[in-house]
Design a protein around this ligand. Structure first.
Ligand SMILES: [Zn+2]
Length: 754
């Protein structure tokens, strides 16, 4: 790790959203060396000590109510402080840098660490101030018994992990003083400037750089430690180390919020959080900072390689404290300190904002519910020195974001596409098979992505339209001290672990599932969840594989538009255990669907022997209950005859034939003879013969001949029509009636004149 200088961080605002830059700083104050002096030099010092007066140092107490020994430094350029176990000779040499203050603060943490790592046990240690030539200026003693000093187990460790060295294997080599640099709300106001400066000083503290056996440098921030104040460590399954400047009422409410979060997540490294009241711009309730991000280049066990992680989470993933920065820095605007409700009962009176709820919100951001993408779609990260850098890879949160309910992950988009998506009002969260999807029953959760873009708010909150109770909308709504599964789900997707949930009665099977339906039929999906006593029994249905059926499911109704087999998945979210879904895939065979009968056929045309119906799409037709035919033409019919016609929809790949339509009755035309045709049938008499000369196309059906008083004297109705009829009759007038095939007839007079 490089020496720590300034860092920038982007901020998140609770109500009014802005993106700006703030900075913290850390200054190198002291170098530390273990057992640095040769035995010769040590004996020179011992000689001087024997003649010196030994003062006993007493404790001082700092702004954060912690004890420390104050050791004045007269001449920084020519001073070193030697901490000595006079019995063993083990010692530590502390050398001020040019920027060191005029005193060294020997903190309980530092003393305890030295006792465990190098000095060893003793009743007291001698604290010797000497010049560089080892001329002793003063000697005092400090009690080595400092009682309970919290040095977390993860920092000691006992494995081969280089970051878990034994106390004696590691060495503090530098001491820094870390303090925030705050931007004044009123830069032209001297009072405000001095207030900010004072606050910066009061919030400063020591951080320690360690060297591990393999040469790795890591930085430990003693501010993590509760020291003598156990109340700063809050949380059961996940601990928070709380510091900051708040009054006791504010502190208690903040601890309460951290306690709530501590029941929800599991972790071995306390989350280092600072909550302070400072004066911010009017209109800004508070802000939280994005702190150092860590990159998994593929060598770690994380949810995603090539991904950045916030330090609060990264520490849990690597199981040690990897950052010297705080994990979460929240600054609330003291301008509004009277407008918060600091009670713990989620019962803020109207007009007051519930402090616990706001803390829950801000801590959620600090745990990783915050994107690392610029407004125009570029990834960035905060490096170990606190600088914002463009990145080639996204953060783990960004990997949860998607375009729309079914579109691509934003990491698959170009920067420009991301920029557009972020103002599309169509941004969603929920990776496939993610905990968030489990929590939201398989549906992505809409994220806040308004147009115009809202810096600090867009993308890092649920959308305002979501209806579940949450404190993660961009604006404060109401007191809420509970956690719904979606929030926990997305944090689990980021890599957070959760404590074991209360056991539930697991689903073992879903029986009585439907297995058949037909095209266009609405099938209500149902099943019997076994056992009947299962804790969670709500089934969500999704198409796993539609095959060729075009199957869809809407509100538990299955429908398909083609025959085939569809695979449906029944999911009971949290059915086996909390976060463990029960799923069962089953097939539904889609048979041919029913069709509605068409309207009765209508007539296109008719002749004496043919009837043509109007075409009805996808239909077939029949006459008088006969065979169905595709053609609309019915021929070889009798003239002037009535027939019944019906239509039905034809059977095809997806549908059975429909029932028959109502019948329509149409008739063929009667035969008609026009005058020309009559003229082509010539009838005349020659002597006592009647001659019928048919030159028309119409066959003659029968011939009758009557006398003038109507007596039939000749009749031929056979098919053998004579064309020359010999009549043995007297001369006179006779009538010849010709009946044609179409039953039309005409009568001609003839005169028999032999
Ligand atoms: Zn927020």
């Amino acid at each position: 790790m490089k020496n720590c200088n300034l860092f920038k961080a982007c901020m998140h605002f609770v109500i009014i959203s802005l993106l700006t830059i703030n900075a913290l700083s850390a200054q190198h104050l002291f170098s530390v060396k273990y057992n640095h002096l040769t035995s010769e030099k040590l004996s020179r010092i011992n000689t001087q000590i024997n003649d010196a007066e030994i003062l006993t140092l007493t404790y001082n107490r700092n702004i954060e109510n912690k004890d420390f020994f104050r050791i004045p430094i007269v001449d920084k350029k020519n001073t070193q402080i030697i901490l000595l176990n006079e019995q063993s000779g083990n010692h530590v040499v502390i050398t001020p840098s040019s920027k060191a203050p005029s005193e060294f603060q020997l903190t309980p943490f530092f003393l305890e660490e030295l006792q465990q790592s190098v000095l060893g046990n003793a009743n007291r240690y001698l604290l010797i101030e000497s010049d560089k030539e080892l001329s002793v200026k003063s000697v005092s003693s400090v009690s080595a018994a400092r009682g309970e000093v919290y040095i977390p187990q993860y920092f000691y460790g006992n494995s081969e992990n280089k970051n878990e060295a034994y106390p004696q294997d590691r060495q503090i080599i530098n001491i820094y003083k870390q303090k925030p640099i705050l931007f004044p709300a009123f830069p032209d106001d001297p009072d405000n400037l001095s207030y900010i400066a004072q606050l910066e000083e009061e919030m400063s503290y020591y951080a320690y750089m360690y060297k591990l056996p393999d040469g790795t440098l890591c930085i430990y921030d003693y501010h993590f430690n509760p020291d003598n104040e156990n109340k700063t460590i809050k949380g059961t399954h996940l601990q928070f180390s709380l510091s900051g400047s708040m009054n006791s009422e504010q502190y208690t409410a903040t601890e309460y919020a951290l306690d709530l979060w501590g029941t929800q997540l599991l972790g071995s490294v306390p989350v280092d959080i600072s909550v302070s009241f400072i004066l911010l711009e009017v209109g800004v309730l508070g802000r939280s900072f994005r702190m150092q991000d860590f990159f998994d280049d593929g060598s770690y066990e994380t949810p995603f390689h090539n991904t950045f992680y916030p330090s609060s989470l990264w520490n849990q993933l690597v199981k040690y404290d990897a950052t010297m920065m705080k994990d979460i820095v929240i600054e609330m605007n003291s301008y509004y300190s009277d407008e918060f409700y600091y009670g713990l009962d989620a019962n803020a009176p109207s007009g007051k904002r519930d402090w616990v709820t706001i803390m829950l919100h801000e801590v959620t951001h600090g745990l990783g519910f915050m994107t690392n993408t610029t407004q125009d779609g570029y990834y960035f990260f905060v490096d170990e020195d606190g600088w914002l850098n463009y990145a080639d890879y996204p953060c783990i949160y960004t990997r949860q974001l998607y375009a729309g309910l079914s579109g691509a992950c934003v990491t698959e988009l170009t920067e420009y596409e991301r920029e557009l998506l972020y103002i599309s009002n169509n941004l969603y969260a929920g990776r496939p098979n993610s905990y968030l999807l489990t929590a939201n029953e398989g549906v992505r959760v809409k994220m806040y992505a308004p147009k115009p873009y809202k810096p600090g708010s867009s993308r890092s909150h649920w959308d305002s339209s979501v209806s579940f109770p949450t404190f993660m909308k961009y604006a404060y709504q109401y007191p809420l001290h509970t956690f719904n599964f979606r929030k926990i789900g997305i944090l689990k997707d980021l890599g957070w672990e959760t404590p074991d949930n209360e056991p539930i009665i697991s689903v073992t099977d879903i029986a009585d599932l439907p297995n058949a339906t037909s095209v266009d039929l609405s099938l209500t999906l149902e099943g019997t969840v076994l056992p009947n006593t299962a804790t969670n029994k709500t089934i969500k249905w999704t198409i796993q594989n539609a095959g060729n059926t075009g199957a869809t499911i809407t509100n538990n109704i299955f429908s398909a538009n083609a025959t085939g087999t569809a695979t449906v998945r029944a999911t009971i979210y949290n059915g086996i255990a909390i976060w463990d879904n029960f799923t069962k895939d089953f097939n539904i065979t889609v048979g041919k669907g029913a069709q509605t009968e068409p309207l009765a056929p209508t007539l296109f045309s008719n002749t004496t022997t043919e009837i043509i119906l109007n075409t009805i799409s996808d239909c077939e037709y029949r006459k008088d209950g006969g065979e169905w035919q595709k053609s609309t033409l019915f021929n070889e019919l009798s003239p002037a005859t009535f027939y019944n016609f019906e239509a039905r929809k034809v059977e095809n790949a997806n549908y059975l034939p429909s029932p028959a339509s109502p019948a329509s009755t149409f008739s063929t035309l009667p035969l008609k003879i026009n005058q020309n045709e009559f003229e082509n049938i010539k009838i005349y008499a020659y002597r006592n013969n009647v001659i019928i000369q048919n030159e028309s196309n119409l066959p003659v059906k029968s011939v009758e001949i009557f006398d003038v008083i109507g007596r039939t004297i000749y009749q031929n109705t056979t098919s053998e029509i004579e064309t020359i009829i010999n009549l043995q009759v007297t001369n006179g007038l006779y009538f010849v009636k010709i009946i044609l095939q179409n039953d039309f007839s005409f009568c001609n007079k003839i005169l028999i004149d032999r």
